[in-house]
Design a protein around this ligand. Sequence first.
Ligand code: GCU
Length: 138
Amino acid sequence: LAATDYQAEDATIVQGTVAANHTGYTGTGFVDYTNVKGSYVEFTVSGASAGTASLTLRYANGTSTDRPMDISVNGTVVSPAVSFPATTDWNTWATKTVTIPLTAGTDKIRATATTAGGGPNLDRVGVGAAADTQAPTR
Ligand code: GCU
């Protein structure tokens, strides 16, 4: 079963901006988290079946410092301080996969920066399978 992809630039963004100033992203851009603790991107996901699913976050971190984020579902942190380590440069993207619980209804999946650096640049998330198969836009 293919993952359903949700572009970060289409999600709810609190303390972050949509950007396209690096290569390798999918969709129309990516989210550049503001460099503060608490900045977040929230995805509204529906149509999943109840139970556990994989959540694959495609990100870039051009610094040499980790950019950890809490992953929460419907207000509850389900994966605390997930590591988003360096990816060589801002044009190099990697994926991180965690397992999350979903309901059969609508779920709010949030990725919140836990350190003052803010989150990594976030391209998209995939819900339901761990894959990185979408061709970059540029
Ligand atoms: C640079 C980079 C941004 C990135 C930012 C950061 O400014 O160009 O894409 O988001 O660093 O440190 O978060």
